[in-house]
Design a protein around this ligand. Structure first.
Ligand SMILES: Cc1cc2nc3c(=O)[nH]c(=O)nc-3n(C[C@H](O)[C@H](O)[C@H](O)COP(=O)(O)OP(=O)(O)OC[C@H]3O[C@@H](n4cnc5c(N)ncnc54)[C@H](O)[C@@H]3O)c2cc1C
Length: 382
């Protein structure tokens, strides 16, 4: 077995990186440690409207559970504000079907896929990554490759072995737990978010509708003694609905890794921390960055230059596309971190009373003047 490119991880980043590498005439292997692509799910499936344009792939209608036209934001004391701002428009996708469908597209483009195969190590020769060592059916196998792409998620072994790991602190991670539930009285085109230190310290609760009476109900918390599931159970006790699936996982919300390339190696998606720090959304960013990873790995091979110097193009390009937004989101998250329950109550009351649909600079200034505590932080953004 010998490949041009080995991609480790078979979900959104892995499938998109391998798809674009295969489309560029590379001989590609994608390796997934689970026995099925897309499970267990670790996602709520929410994406912005523009995701489908970025993807450049027509998705089967079954993957789109609902079209979103807005959101309700609930304050700790129980008020809520409804927004239909275009920024909130998007879709709730059936994530396991999305991942499987992307893997199928990649396979159709020529990618080989190995399931139930756990990559344990990298083959490294004189500081250059030259393949992977994986456990398959109880045996360790060496798979040489010209470039390895680590698309193996937040706990990326590949990033750690290649010394590209982020080194997350507990405060950098949101721990999440989510139930898919049926029998829920939800508006099928509105997401709901609930804030408050008792409901979700350091994070929020989400309800993402997946059609008639069906929704993902999840909670993300940061730096808490109790696990996310504790807060989730407490929250859902208000519903008379039935759980049909439990998902748990963590999301990095501290911005991307400092370095995402090396000699013969690239990392992408959650493995590279390419996640929006305020929403925790990673699907759209992963699809932008992993497409670049697949294309640039292919270019490097065609140009017979697998050096870190050449592959750093990947970092330059993804930074050009998403860094500004990530930096702004990170600032918003820092402001959010400073808000206590009283601030959140006041904020949602303010949103209710004022026309902030356009989120104009003027409305933000008005907000800042009403909240001296926020003034200093907002000044940095406006
Ligand atoms: C509860 C929750 C809800 C979320 N909701 C949303 C949302 O609504 N919208 C959104 O945009 N984002 C959401 N996210 C974030 C989003 O799920 C991630 O950003 C996205 O899945 C990243 O994709 P990825 O392919 O990079 O990594 P992953 O989805 O983590 O995939 C990595 C893959 O690599 C495999 N793997 C790992 N190690 C190895 C190994 N050594 N060998 C072989 N295979 C390996 C894993 O099995 C896995 O299949 C959510 C996250 C969580 C935890």
């Amino acid at each position: 077995m010998k490949y041009d490119i080995v991609v480790v991880g078979g979900r959104v980043s892995g499938s998109i990186a391998s798809l674009y590498a295969s489309k560029n005439d590379m001989n590609v292997l994608m390796i997934e440690k689970h026995q099925e692509i897309g499970t267990p799910v670790q996602c709520a499936g929410g994406v912005s409207k523009s995701f489908l344009d970025t993807l450049e792939i027509k998705l089967s209608p079954d993957i789109i559970c609902s079209k979103i036209k807005g959101a309700k934001l609930h304050s700790p004391q129980g008020d809520y504000f409804t927004s239909t701002n275009e920024i909130l428009h998007g879709y709730i996708l059936e994530r396991k079907m999305l991942d499987k469908s992307l893997a199928m597209k990649s396979a159709e483009a020529g990618t080989d896929i190995m399931l139930k195969t756990h990559v344990k190590d990298l083959i490294i020769n004189k500081g250059r990554v030259e393949g992977v060592i994986a456990r398959n059916q109880g045996k360790l196998i060496e798979i040489p490759a010209q470039v390895v792409i680590g698309a193996d998620g937040i706990e990326s072994q590949i990033a750690r072995i290649a010394q590209l790991n982020h080194g997350y602190e507990p405060i950098d991670l949101v721990s999440c737990a989510q139930y898919e539930m049926v029998g829920l009285d939800v508006e099928s085109s509105m997401m709901e978010f609930f804030f408050g230190s008792k409901i979700a310290p350091g994070g929020y609760v989400w309800i993402f509708p997946k059609g008639e009476q069906r929704a993902n109900v999840g909670v993300g918390v940061r730096n808490t003694e109790k696990a996310a599931i504790h807060y989730l159970e407490k929250f859902i006790s208000r519903f008379n609905a039935t759980k049909i699936e439990l998902n748990v996982g963590a999301v990095p919300v501290c911005g991307p890794s400092n370095k995402t390339y090396g000699n013969g190696i690239l990392i992408t998606g959650d493995a590279a921390g390419q996640v929006d720090p305020i929403t925790g959304g990673g699907i759209h960013l992963a699809s932008i960055c992993s497409k670049l990873a697949g294309e640039i790995a292919a270019e490097a091979i065609k140009n017979e230059d697998l050096s870190a110097d050449y592959l750093q193009q990947y970092e330059q390009e993804w930074q050009q596309k998403i860094s500004k937004n990530l930096e702004r989101s990170f600032k918003y998250r820092q402001i959010f971190d400073k808000l206590n329950d009283q601030d959140l109550n006041k904020l949602i009351q303010f949103f209710n009373k004022n026309d902030v649909e356009s989120l104009s600079t003027l409305s933000l200034w008005k907000l800042a003047l009403g909240f001296p505590k926020l003034f200093k932080s907002l000044k940095n953004i406006l």
